[in-house]
Design a protein around this ligand. Sequence first.
Ligand SMILES: Nc1nc2c(ncn2[C@@H]2O[C@H](COP(=O)(O)OP(=O)(O)O)[C@@H](O)[C@H]2O)c(=O)[nH]1
Ligand SMILES: [Mg+2]
Ligand SMILES: [Zn+2]
Length: 381
Amino acid sequence: MLDDLSRLTPSLTSLGWTSDHDQWADSVASDRQIARGRIGRVSRGYCVVFTGGDAILAASASIRSNTGTAPATGDYVVVEDDPDDGPSLAAIADRRTQLSRRAAGRYPEAQVLAANIDHVFVMDGLDRDVSLRRIERQLVVAWDSGALPTVLLTKSDQVTDSEQRVAEVAAIAPGVDTIAISSTEGTGIDELRDKIAPGNTVALMGLSGIGKSTLVNALSGGHVQRTGEVRATDRRGRHTTVTRDLIPLPTNDSHIQTADEPVSFIIDTPGIREIGLWQAYDGMARAFPEISEEVDRCRFANCQHGGEPGCAIQQALAENSIQPRRLEHWNDLMADLTLQEEQLEDLDRRSESRDRADAERKERGERRSKKNNTTGKRRSR
Ligand SMILES: Nc1nc2c(ncn2[C@@H]2O[C@H](COP(=O)(O)OP(=O)(O)O)[C@@H](O)[C@H]2O)c(=O)[nH]1
Ligand SMILES: [Mg+2]
Ligand SMILES: [Zn+2]
């Protein structure tokens, strides 16, 4: 797999590295810098970095505490030789786009699933009940990344009413292409391939079992990703795809690729049961345009849309230009985001008062040591 990647991405340029990245890398360079490249995989404590030559393993334990940013698949990075840890991530370039979710756990925190992506394929399976709410939620996350979403309804070979199901989903995905595909029969795969321009990076999103890995294999023309039939078994004997790998898509025509030709990538993600929103207000506006447009037209800026005079939402409901089901979902998701905001403010307040307490403690300590140490420097006030 790593050999494949090095072969398919023969230069930094083929990885999407630009002259802007060079300027940035020069500006953060130290004499310990040993490589520049793009993260192909994030594991616990280290990353695989594609460099345009051999891939290297770089320790990633300290980058987060040093920079406040955790590395993500698709990041452009600088690697240094650390005297203690060996090759280590030293800097992460600003991201063009990032696919983020709220990390699992009690405290609100973001987790970036993929960086510098151009498309998000929001996927669901036609072999099961397609949940409109799940697709809407995924579209919020997808739009919020800054990349362009497409909805893929997979396993079209399993049903006879795929056109009708596509129309149903298209109706709740304004501005988004909705396509039925079959990775096993090849239906819709060429259309999909055409969407992915050379140098584009695509992230896949959807529950496990809906055919993400099978699609990766169909697009990559190889068998780079394990699918449901041949699953990875970790030491505990559980069956999961846990990594999010940057997988190069070979160009499908048979011309000989030059070293600097941009390569397209696809990032498979492990199936996430319910993807949590992370401050996804932009995503909300893009995924629910008909609602957010009306919200802006309510008479009162703080309108709760519960019967206040001049409420554009109530009027749109009466005129059937907003669906009650969509509005209900929008309300639920906005309530989630508001709650998250409150939790974050609460955390901020608590850490502020902790900082204050620390400062006061420190000051008391300093006064005490000043008493004991007559040569102590007096602090200016
Ligand atoms: N009939 C049919 N089965 C599919 C298709 N795509 C995937 N599958 C099957 O669905 C199962 C789950 O696929 P997989 O790619 O592992 O799903 P993932 O968990 O989303 O990566 C496997 O048994 C696949 O063979 C398809 O287009 N048609
Ligand atoms: Mg999979
Ligand atoms: Zn209103």
